[in-house]
Write a protein that binds this ligand. Structure first.
Ligand code: A5P
Length: 231
């Protein structure tokens, strides 16, 4: 099993490297969050080391901003968001229609903004993320004020909501100062409809179901292959 995981890690590394090398010089890049994007950031840092290649990046979280700063990337202000050329992001799950579950790290709100603003969005994931249908818990960002109301509404529409809690019972808070309610809906047959049902609950800031957000999907496989799906 360990060999298997090491193998997959190598393929993810290669995928991130390929994507980084294909980013045009001078691009303004939106950065999602998570471990896969962190590997991409490392590769981008390597490329820009020789100073011949300049990239500006706009991170979706402190997690990825710290990584980007470490490798010397040029961090741009959010006022540059309308000029993003490419956003690179990961995902928690991808269904066969390329709908996504995102928000495992709680960065869904800013990730959605960066994905929407970009001229082109690229999603990087390994084979474990790909599924026929979405079935993981959906991260839902809610205000503290509305949390109990939203929790009850989520139960009413058929979900099993759990407030995201850290060690020692501290609530997880997003960078926007909100809470996350992870909600299990079992196998999701109609992600678009479920998404709009949840978004319409007062107090919901954002929902980790992403429809039509990616243009290109990369898939790193254990057998060493890398697949690219252009939508
Ligand atoms: C962050 O909030 C999520 O949307 C990430 O895209 C997701 O958790 C992917 O992270 P990994 O690349 O670590 O799986």
């Amino acid at each position: 099993l360990k060999d298997n995981e090491e193998n997959l890690a190598k393929v993810i590394d290669e995928m991130a490297n390929n994507v980084a090398h294909n980013i045009p010089d001078g691009s303004i890049i939106g950065l999602g969050s998570g471990s896969t994007v962190a590997i991409f950031v490392l590769k981008l840092g390597k490329i820009s080391e020789n100073k011949e290649h300049i990239f500006g990046v706009i991170p979706s979280s402190l997690q990825i901003q710290i990584q980007a700063e470490e490798v010397g990337l040029n961090i741009l202000s959010p006022k540059m968001i309308p000029s993003i050329d490419i956003t690179i992001d990961g995902a928690d799950q991808i269904d066969e229609k390329y709908n996504l579950i995102k928000g495992g790290g709680g960065a869904l709100y800013k990730e959605r903004v960066l994905l929407n603003a970009a001229k082109k969005s690229i999603i990087l994931a390994d084979e474990s993320k790909y599924a026929k249908k979405l079935c993981k818990s959906i991260p839902i960002e809610v205000s503290f004020f509305a949390r109990k109301f939203v929790l009850e509404e989520l139960i009413r529409i058929g979900g099993k909501p759990i407030l995201r809690i850290l060690d020692k019972d501290y609530p997880f808070t997003t960078e926007n100062g909100n809470l996350i309610i992870d909600t299990d809906f079992g196998v999701i047959e109609k992600p678009e409809i479920l998404r709009s049902e949840i978004v319409n609950i007062a107090g919901v800031i954002d929902v980790g179901i992403f429809i039509d957000e990616g243009d290109v999907f990369y898939r790193a496989n254990r057998n060493g292959s890398i697949q690219v799906f252009n939508l």
